[in-house]
Design a protein around this ligand. Structure first.
Ligand code: SAH
Length: 237
């Protein structure tokens, strides 16, 4: 296999190794299962998914991609880790979700192949695993049609995010396996906003995501100090 330029093989291996655990709602990917209804409702509320052509970049085992397909969108999920993609495909097959396809291709390559092909592009919890996140942002901007929506979520980089997203989540609460995240790869909202501006995406909505370890609940609010989401829009032609 030729290694694509904008991917870290060690990151892809990490997700491949755990692929068989992807749909265990109490396993290593529990946080993704728990935040999924929240982010799905937020995305659907902004972009009205039913009937739309949707691309999920870095889809992994397909937790969000399959949920969007259940909202009657026509969904394509892409990732560069083979095993999570196979798990995603199998899960969709078993669940009988037909309006959903998966492909092993980079966002950059698909943008060359199918520019402006999607009404909605989602890229969640992925940018912090990539060597050049701005290149993925630019590819997402090329993949969406004029007037379409691009959604990102990632983790802020500051002392609080080190304490919460690494020490808290991986070592104290053990919500995620150790080594899931590297703090220096986290991305500040200002950096992500700059990458969006450079790609000609207009930032429309920003939300922060919080977790209460006592109630084990997640919610969205205005505090972007750790996890956050962006809704951006490609200007209409
Ligand atoms: N977006 C999914 C999965 C997040 S886990 C969700 O939120 O539910 C991060 C995913 O990013 C993994 O599946 C990993 O394989 C993928 N990934 C990491 N680097 C990538 C790259 N360069 N291109 C595409 N996917 C990548």
């Amino acid at each position: 296999m030729t290694t694509p330029v904008n991917a870290d093989p060690a990151e892809l291996e990490k997700f491949s190794e755990l692929a068989h655990r992807w749909w265990d709602a109490e396993g290593e990917f529990r946080p993704l299962h728990q935040i999924n209804p929240l982010r799905l409702a937020w995305i659907d509320g902004i972009a009205a998914l039913a009937g739309k052509q949707v691309l999920d970049v870095g889809c992994g085992g397909g937790i969000l991609a399959e949920a969007m397909a259940r909202k009657a969108a026509q969904v394509t999920g892409i990732d560069l880790a083979s095993k999570p993609l196979r798990v995603a495909q199998l899960h969709a097959l078993e669940a009988g979700v037909a309006n959903l396809t998966y492909r092993e291709v980079s966002a950059e390559a698909l943008a060359q192949e199918s520019p402006a092909a999607f009404d909605v592009v989602t890229c969640m919890e992925m940018l912090e695993h990539v060597p050049d996140p701005a290149s993925v942002v630019a590819a997402c901007a090329r993949l969406v049609r004029p007037g379409g929506w691009v959604f990102f979520s990632t983790i802020n980089r500051n002392p609080k995010s080190f304490a919460f997203a690494i020490v808290g989540a991986e070592y104290v609460l053990k919500l995620l396996p150790r080594g899931t995240h590297e703090w220096n790869k986290f991305i500040t909202p200002a950096e992500l906003a700059a990458a969006c501006r450079a790609a000609d995406l207009d930032l429309r909505h920003t939300r922060g995501m919080q977790y209460n370890p006592l109630t084990r609940r997640y919610w969205l609010d205005a505090d972007t100090s750790v996890n956050y989401l962006f809704a951006t829009q490609r200007p209409a032609a």
